[in-house]
Ligand binder design. Structure first.
Ligand code: GLA
Length: 416
């Protein structure tokens, strides 16, 4: 008979071996690719406007429009196909794109996008199915990551439908490791809606994480889809409270993609875009780039507002004060600069008087960053009207009219 003592020894050896293998695997397969998102990712995603109506023609024309409109030059980089590009798996389990909508295949599409100097993104889901009912990556993570690497994917948005009994941190870590193993640097975008507080654990796993449920195409509304709820831009803004400490270079809070150009009036889309800039949010346009008004293009393409978003410090802005319908937001920028937004959440125009002689604010998270305007140490520029503020000799104040559902966005630049 096999002596009990040997059995115990064997078990001990096996445990030691298992622990050794585990340690080795975490050492050899480092976590996410670093350095891919030093500033919030910028690009375009098909979902908000087109939902499941995606095709290679749409994606190619969007890439063309990204370049022709000047948005590529303004910093937009990733073209991401969201849900519904997949149709099934082949006999070996490899993911297959819908051949009717993508007749040339995904590799050819990625090549086309790269030939325009842009980067290519794709979508999958941690569950058995995607939210649109297409095949998910559960159980196929390494195989899918290999395929993405082979196709030349640069960005993966990874959703959270049909994930019964899955642990979020575990599931997203599995895909992060699979990407790493496949060897191609891919920005990893967690789309888990904030359900499991990804800001507490996803720093090592991905580059950005959704903080809320889906954005609805409105400034201020709550929309019920029956079993789930979508949120207006202002509702999403409020849900970012308490999260700014988790954002920074390589690790971004994602309040969802932009609805700019999808029908909101120009003042509302300007306010929505400004607040996403203040939040250091990823800027993923979600409209039809082939057919947008000059007004929408002026919003999406305002390079000074984009520079507030893309500032190298990567500090997410904060709400400093609320008075009636006016919120004052601040965002410290590099080289001692600051951005300040007066956001009017109401529908009625408001007059706001800023007395610069006694205006001083310290970032509650960064005690060494203070904006103090007494002493006239800054030039102040309005980034939407593109004017510099001028002052009469004895009056160091500005009276602003902030139209309903609109913003005034100022940048403070230290004078030399
Ligand atoms: C979820 C996501 C959306 C989108 C859809 C696709 O709702 O949160 O952003 O990707 O799935 O089905």
């Amino acid at each position: 008979m096999y002596p009990i003592i040997n059995l115990l020894k064997d078990m001990k050896n096996r445990n030691v071996l298992l622990i050794g293998l585990l340690v080795l695997s975490t050492l050899t397969i480092a976590q996410k690719f670093e350095g891919l998102a030093p500033t919030p990712p910028m690009g375009w995603n098909s979902w908000n406007k087109f939902a499941c109506d995606v095709s290679e023609t749409l994606i190619k024309e969007t890439a063309d429009a990204m370049v022709a409109s000047g948005l590529k030059d303004a910093g937009y980089e990733y073209i991401v196909i969201d849900d519904c590009w997949q149709i099934g798996r082949d006999s070996l389990g490899f993911i297959v794109a819908d051949p009717e909508r993508f007749p040339s295949g995904i590799k050819a599409l990625a090549d086309y996008i790269h030939s325009k100097g842009l980067k290519f993104g794709i979508y999958s889901c941690a569950g058995d199915q995607t939210c649109g009912g297409r095949p998910g990556s559960r159980g196929y993570e390494y195989q899918d990551a290999l395929m993405y690497a082979k196709w030349g994917v640069d960005y993966l948005k990874y959703d959270w439908c049909f994930t019964e009994h899955l642990n979020a941190q575990g599931a997203y870590t599995t895909m992060s490791k699979a990407i790493r193993q496949a060897g191609r640097p891919i920005v990893f975008s967690l789309c888990e809606w904030g359900d499991n507080k990804p800001w507490l654990w996803a720093q090592e796993v991905g580059h950005l994480w959704r903080t809320t449920g889906d954005i609805h195409n409105c400034y201020d509304c709550v929309y019920s889809h029956g079993t789930w709820t979508a949120w207006g831009a202002m509702q999403i803004l409020d849900k970012q409270d308490g999260l700014r400490q988790y954002a920074g270079p390589g690790t971004w809070n994602d309040p969802d993609m932009l609805q700019v150009g999808n029908g909101m009036p120009n003042n509302e889309e300007r306010a929505h875009f400004t607040m996403w800039a203040m939040l250091a949010a990823p800027l993923m346009a979600g409209n039809d780039l082939r057919d947008m008004s000059q007004e929408t293009l002026n919003v999406l393409g305002n390079k000074e507002v984009i520079a507030v978003n893309q500032d190298s410090l990567g500090i997410q802005g904060f709400r400093h004060e609320v008075k009636d319908s006016i919120e004052t937001w601040l965002k410290p920028l590099s080289n001692g600069k600051w951005a300040l937004t007066l956001l009017n959440r109401g529908k009625i125009n408001k007059t706001v008087t800023m007395n610069w002689d006694d205006f001083s604010v310290t970032d509650p998270l960064h005690a060494d960053r203070t904006l103090s305007t007494a002493g006239k140490g800054y030039s102040i520029n309005n980034l939407w009207t593109k004017e510099e503020l001028k002052f009469k000799r004895k009056s160091y104040q500005t009276v602003f009219t902030v139209p309903g559902r609109d913003v005034v966005l100022l940048q403070f630049t230290p004078k030399r």
